[in-house]
Design a protein around this ligand. Structure first.
Ligand code: PAF
Length: 304
């Protein structure tokens, strides 16, 4: 076992996509699964399947659980949902080396900052991705939309980008370094906090938000409030309205990740998306009533 093997926490669509992509490159990542999932997969001996652009690949990936981990972890990619990230890292904390690298691939914001604070000696990087992937079945990932992932350090005193070289070149995912990763995270959050919760509330596809009616009016209010918060934080993004309308049009047939979570009765990442924005707005005394109303109505509908 090489001491710099990548370990990946979480076997959802992103975890499987990154694990398969590292295998594709000839690396030997190890996937860390929760104990119940670990038992099932270990017994089934199932290979990891990747489908992309009409082609299918299979890889044999080493899976471990927090209980069966037996080696130090120098390099870790966290692919859990935002709400599970801190707890997941804590479950393997004793194996993380003091100067280890952690790459966080959560949606929204808040979880990255909490982990950065909880792991001061490790080098914590965050990523913001536009890759589209879903699990057709457990351990079977479909890379549906080739996107881009920007990665950058959460603190100035972080390790050099060279330590991430194997993710930046000769890799089937497009990964680029970014000096201002918090700005990138905000840009994505700004789009998601307008689209995702609304699609979950109306149980609709992204394109259906542009209905020239009730949904679009609400979307416009959410955008306006989001812009006020970004401006107060001095975060400059290209026209939010163009970007949000553009995403709704370009992904018109997609069911957003939040709408999928709501349909499956799973907890959503909205506390790290709209919830994060609302917290920031309250600290700045900026009214965000449409965002609050959206979160209230979602809660009343049993979507958390
Ligand atoms: O969360 C998602 O599903 C996506 O980020 C987006 C942009 C809403 C497209 O479906």
């Amino acid at each position: 076992m090489k001491s710099d093997n990548w370990y990946i926490l979480g076997a959802g669509s992103m975890g499987c996509l990154w694990a398969a992509s590292l295998c594709h490159k000839g690396e030997a990542p190890r996937l860390i699964l929760r104990d119940s999932n670990y038992q099932q997969l270990k017994e089934s001996h199932a290979p990891l399947k990747l489908t992309t652009a009409g082609q299918s690949f299979q890889y044999h990936v080493d899976v471990v659980s927090p209980e069966t981990l037996n080696a130090p972890i120098n390099r870790l990619i966290v692919c859990t949902k935002a709400q599970n990230a801190l707890e997941a890292i804590n479950s393997i904390k004793s194996h993380l080396t003091e100067s280890g690298q952690i790459l966080l691939l959560q949606n929204g914001m808040g979880s990255q900052q909490a982990i950065n604070e909880a792991f001061p000696t490790q080098s914590v990087w965050a990523g913001s991705s536009t890759d589209g992937a879903y699990l057709a079945a457990p351990f079977e990932v479909c890379h549906a939309g080739q996107g881009e992932t920007w990665i950058g350090p959460m603190t100035d005193n972080s390790v050099s980008v060279d330590r991430f070289n194997d993710l930046l070149s000769n890799f089937r995912l497009k990964v680029s370094p970014c000096d201002t990763i918090e700005q990138k995270l905000w840009e994505k959050l700004a789009i998601n906090c307008c689209i995702n919760g609304l699609t979950a509330l109306f149980n609709c596809r992204n394109g259906e938000l542009l209905d020239n009616g009730e949904k679009q009016a609400w979307l416009d209010l959410l955008m306006a409030e989001t812009c006020s918060v970004l401006t107060a934080l001095d975060i400059h993004t290209p026209s939010l309205k163009e970007r949000v309308y553009g995403v709704c049009q370009a992904t018109a047939n997609n069911i957003s990740s939040t709408c999928q979570d709501a349909r499956q009765g799973r907890a959503t990442e909205l506390p790290f998306i709209n919830g994060f924005l609302i917290n920031k707005a309250e600290n700045l005394s900026i009214p965000v009533n449409s965002h609050k109303q959206l979160m209230d109505q979602l809660r009343a509908s049993g979507i958390n």
